[in-house]
Design a protein around this ligand. Sequence first.
Ligand code: TXA
Ligand code: MG
Length: 323
Amino acid sequence: MARIMALSGIQEAASRDAALSVLRGGGLVAIPTETVYGLAADATNGVAVAQIYAVKGRPDFNPLIIHCSSLAMAEHYAVFSDAARGLGEAYWPGPLTLVLPFREGCSIAPLVTAGLPTVALRVPKGGVRAIIEALDRPLAAPSANLSGRLSPTTADHVAGQIGDLIPLILDGGACAIGLESTILSLAGEKPVLLRPGGIAVDVLEATLARPVVRAAAGAAIEAPGMMASHYAPKGMLRLDALRLEGEDGALNFGGSSLIAPVSLSLSERGDLHEAAANLFAALAEFDRQDVRRIAVAPIPLTGLGEAINDRLQRAAAPRETAC
Ligand code: TXA
Ligand code: MG
C-alpha cells in the first residue's frame, strides 16, 4: 500500500525528498495539482513512463501531459510561437495545457507523446513545482485514476483506486479547481480547443485576441481524453433533470432542489467554480453510496459550465464505449 505524505507544513521537505528518491529511481508518485491528482513519472525515463500505462490500465495510444516547473523549462521540449508564449506567461502556473510542435531531439521519452509530432505541456500550481525544479526534469502525469474512472481530487480518492499499485501518494489536500486543465492546441493554423477544463475558453480567446475552434464532436479524437465514456461513475446519469424518477439520487446546482435519499449539491449558491471543485468528489460519493441512477439538475453552459457539462456528458455516455 502506498505511503501517504503531506506536501505541506513541517512534513513538506521530507515529502519532497521521498518523492525525489522514488522518481529518480524510476518509480511513480501520485502528485497533487490545482486541477486533479496526477500519476507522475520522470518524463525522460521510458520505463518509468510505461509503468503509468500499466497502473492505469490505459490504452497505449494515449499521449501524456508533461508537467514543467516554468515556461523556460517547457521551451526545451516544444516549439513556442509568440501566441503560445503569451498564454504561458499569462496563465502558468495554472490549469492550461498547450499542445505544441514537439522539439525534435529533446530528452522526452517517445512513449510520452505516443508517436505524435506534438506534445502537451503545462506548469501546475502548488508544491509539485518545487519537486520538478529539484528533479530538473519534467514529469509525465495523467490524472491518477484507473482508465475510464473518475479523476481523483483528494489523496484518499487516489489511494482508493491505485493505492496498492504505487509506492507514494503526496497529499496536498482537496484540489482547488477539481477538474482537469483546459487543453488548447496551437500546433496548427488555428487555435483548437481539445478539452474544456479549468480555465474558460472565452478567457483564452480574449488573451489570444482571436476565436478558438471547438474540436468537432465525434471527429477523429486528437485528445483521447475525449473518448465518449471517460469520466464514468458506476451509476447512470440523467442530465438536465427537472424531476426525479424511481430510485434516482439527485445532483443539484444553484436553486434546483431535487430531494432524494441521496441528494448532493455541486454549489448551493450556483457558483460554477465551486461546482467544478465539487464535481468528481460528488460523483465519487454516489459511487460510495452505491447510487445506481443519478438525476443531474441543469447547469449553465457559461464559463466553467462548459467543462462541467462536458464531463457530465461523458459520464452519462453509454458504457460500451468506455476504455
Ligand atoms: O489537469 C490535468 O490536465 C491533469 C493533471 C494531472 O495535470 N492531467 C490530465 O491528464 O488530465 P490526462 O492524461 O488524464 O489527460 C490528458 C489528455 C489526454 O486526453 C491526452 O490524450 C491529451 O491530453 N494529450 C496529451 N498529449 C497530446 C497531444 N500531443 N495532442 C493531443 N492531445 C494530447
Ligand atoms: Mg484523465
